[in-house]
Every structure is written in structure tokens, then in C-alpha cells.
Write a protein that binds this ligand. Structure first.
Ligand code: NDP
Length: 294
């Protein structure tokens, strides 16, 4: 089998940022700086890392961002009040509440309080509904990033069988919807697998494209796939390592085992991850444009 094509989210995101510069300039001529409010509750180390990487990129492009770091003991009502204030603050075109939230806070209540017009994560039921009827406003960042990777590398899904493992509202379900929409580059036949699916291998073995988004390190291996398929690995799993950090990040697909059996595959890190952040920037710019030009 010939060398697999490594689908580099790093390269695709660099291309996306280039294309956003023009839009940022156009907004700046109208005296508008796209702004993102980030709400971080508690001290979850992984969430802190994600928030830092997101805000670093916003600053790099001279966009406005502020992180509201809140105690994990904050009362639900106080958090909802803050979100309402952010909804009404014209400096912010987008609002992101970093998940997961502490157990005493109902995540749905929080997501439902974010104005759908500032919901750059695309998790509000109104935006989820619009996506499911094929008229998306904000598409959740990770699935949107996956579609950009496929588009960039000209992997057309039309007529293909896509198998998605995972059905979360953040990744699995929206990517299942996006890939099945009757749109350019999509139009796939899609199977969604989850923890209630008996014999997932029976599905992955007949897939042209597999999206693994379950959070189980090295779940997918070469015994579970058809030779020459494409693999999109969304998983980010911390596992112990002898390196100086004491851990490394690996995906839901066993890259080393799979790389000589597939036609293309996303690495972890450097695959889907960088696209998630690029799409957050794009959605925030889109929110600012919608605010100005519509
Ligand atoms: P969730 O835990 O919300 O959802 C996991 C999904 O996988 C659920 O639908 C669950 O099924 C299913 N699942 C779990 N274990 C199994 C199993 N053994 N067999 C079959 N299905 C299983 O996770 P997320 O969707 O939020 O994230 C998934 C992974 O992607 C994580 O590693 C996360 O860190 C990563 N991630 C990466 C991002 C990126 O930018 N690259 C962004 C977001 C997430 P059920 O519904 O039945 O419980």
C-alpha cells in the first residue's frame, strides 16, 4: 500500500487563518473588532489548557477576548446572570462557556441562556435545530473543522459510507448530521455507533470514512477497518508517559497500527484539534459580520 496521506489540521488551519485576515480587515474598517467572552468555571486543568490555547490565538489576530474565571462553587443563578450580561454586552459577538461544568450546574440551562446569535460553539438548541434541518447558523467547531479538512484534501463524501463512533452533541451527532446533508462534499450514507451498538466492528469494517469521537485511547485498530479507508480521529486522551511532562496525548485510533492500512488519517496531536480553534475564530468573525451587515 502506498504512503497514507496525513491530514494535517495544522496546515489546514494555517490556510483558514490566512483566509480570515481579509474579513478581519473589512470589519476593522467598520470599527468592529470581533470579541469573544470565555467563561471558565473551576480549575479543571484540561479546560484551563484549552482556554489558554483559544485565547492565545484570538490575541495573535488582534481580536478581543476576555476570560471570566469563576469559582467552582458559583451558584447557577449567578452564572446565568453573568451570561445574560454578556448577551447584552456589544463588545462580545461570541460567548463560549468551557465544558464540562461542575456537577451542581445544569449545562443545558447554561447553554440555553446564551443568546443563539452569540452561540459561536453552536450548542444552543436553536442552532442545533437549524443544523439538523440543513440550514445551519453556527456549526459546532469540531465537526465544522472536520468538514474543512475533508474539503481541503478533496475527500468527497458523496456516495460514501461514513461511520461515526460517538453521538455527543459536541461532536458525534453534529458530524453525523453534517456528513449526511445534501450539500457539496457531503451527501454521505451515515451510520452512528455508540455504547449501545453491538459489534461496532461490523460497521467500521464496511466504512469508507470512519470518524472516531468516543474518548477511548487506541479504540480503533487495523483489524476493524477496510483497507484504504479514511480515518478522522477526534479523540484527545492523556496517557502516562516517561517524557518530562509525565503524559502524552493520543487519539481514539491507533495511528501506528493503522497508518499503513489507510489512504488518509488525521494525527493526534495536529489533526482535528487545531481546526476546532480555527473554527471558533471563524464563527466569532461570522457573528461579528452578522451583527454588522445583516
Ligand atoms: P462524550 O463523552 O460526550 O461522548 C462520547 C461518545 O462516545 C458517547 O456517545 C458514548 O456513547 C460513546 N462511547 C463511549 N465509549 C464507547 C465505547 N466503548 N464504544 C462505543 N461508543 C462509546 O465525548 P465527546 O464527544 O465530547 O468527546 C469525544 C472525544 O473527543 C474525547 O476524547 C474528547 O477529548 C475529544 N474531543 C476532541 C476535540 C478536538 O478538538 N479534537 C473536541 C471535543 C472533544 P453513549 O452516548 O452511549 O454514552
Amino acid at each position: 500500500m502506498k504512503e497514507p496521506l496525513i491530514l494535517s489540521g495544522k496546515d489546514v488551519s494555517a490556510h483558514v487563518y490566512d483566509s480570515l485576515l481579509e474579513r478581519i480587515k473589512k470589519l476593522s474598517k467598520k470599527k468592529c473588532t470581533p470579541g469573544l467572552a470565555v467563561v471558565l468555571v473551576g480549575e479543571n486543568p484540561a479546560s484551563q489548557v484549552y482556554v489558554r490555547s483559544k485565547t492565545r490565538i484570538f490575541k495573535k489576530f488582534n481580536l478581543f477576548t476576555k476570560t471570566y474565571q469563576l469559582e467552582s462553587s458559583i451558584k447557577s443563578e449567578e452564572l446565568l446572570l453573568l451570561i445574560e450580561k454578556l448577551n447584552n454586552n456589544p463588545l462580545y459577538h461570541g460567548i463560549l462557556v468551557q465544558l464540562p461544568l461542575p456537577k451542581h450546574i445544569n449545562s443545558s440551562d447554561v447553554i440555553n441562556t446564551i443568546s443563539p446569535k452569540k452561540d459561536v460553539d453552536g450548542f444552543h438548541p436553536e442552532n442545533a435545530g437549524l443544523l439538523s434541518i440543513g440550514k445551519p447558523r453556527f456549526i459546532p467547531c469540531t465537526p465544522k473543522g472536520i468538514m474543512k479538512i475533508l474539503e481541503f484534501y478533496r475527500i468527497n463524501l458523496d456516495g460514501k459510507h461514513v461511520v461515526v463512533v460517538g453521538r455527543s452533541n459536541i461532536v458525534g451527532r453534529p458530524i453525523s448530521i453534517l456528513t449526511s446533508l445534501k450539500t457539496k462534499g457531503a451527501n454521505a450514507t451515515v451510520t452512528t455507533c455508540h455504547s449501545g451498538t453491538p459489534n461496532i466492528k461490523g460497521f467500521t469494517l464496511i466504512a469508507d470514512v470512519i470518524v472516531v469521537a468516543l474518548g477511548v485511547p487506541n479504540f480503533l485498530d487495523s483489524s476493524m477497518i477496510k483497507k484504504g479507508c479514511t480515518i478522522i480521529d477526534v479523540g484527545i486522551n492523556r496517557v502516562n508517559s516517561n517524557n518530562e511532562k509525565g503524559y502524552k496525548l493520543i487519539g481514539d485510533a491507533n495511528f501506528e497500527d493503522l497508518k499503513n492500512e489507510v489512504s488518509s488519517i488525521t494525527p493526534v496531536p495536529g489533526g482535528v484539534g487545531p481546526m476546532t480553534i480555527a473554527m471558533l475564530v471563524e464563527n466569532t468573525i461570522e457573528a461579528a459580520e452578522n451583527n454588522l451587515f445583516i
